[in-house]
Design a protein around this ligand. Sequence first.
Ligand code: NYM
Ligand code: MG
Length: 188
Amino acid sequence: MASRRGALIVLEGVDRAGKSTQGRKLVSALCAAGHRAELLRFPERSTEIGKLLSSYLEKKNELEDHSVHLLFSANRWEQVPLMKEKLSQGVTLVVDRYAFSGVAFTSAKELQLVDAAARGEFGQERYENGASQERALQCFHQLMRDTTLNWKVVDASKSIEDIHQEIRALSEDVILSAMQRPLGELWK
Ligand code: NYM
Ligand code: MG
């Protein structure tokens, strides 16, 4: 069946929502169920652009806001040929953050809202504070309203296992429906 292609499953959310844990578990479960599935993440820190972004996030360098936004975008573009090839070969891609994080975290910088009260500990990276996360979350909600993509909201406060079962079931459905539709253009 030449038209069998993989699904593009993007996990989006604020830092510490559990996306990386869920992404790993999802890929193992899908592979165990006989699907071809692979995990990708953005930023992909191993490339030259990714290294620049990684040190920016670790506050080891300063970059102009617009320019860093474009570097995050370029960091996705550099993976697009590979992603298209995998998808067309029937590999389902589970992606830990994608262009929506690009929109949400850049918008979070530009919205000048009052600082949210200090939350539990985030990491030490840039944006890892309550105010940035809150603004990014609002932007994710806006993106869900404004884009006609197949969004599913998962309650990240549930147990790792419950969330995993929910995401796994949603993914099985999306893999089946992706097989019926040709590969379109990817949001980048
Ligand atoms: N981030 C991620 C952006 O600001 N723009 C982007 O385009 C992407 C993909 O990078 N706080 C931010 C969101 C995160 C940070 O991601 C690092 P992670 O998943 O913690 O490695
Ligand atoms: Mg993080």
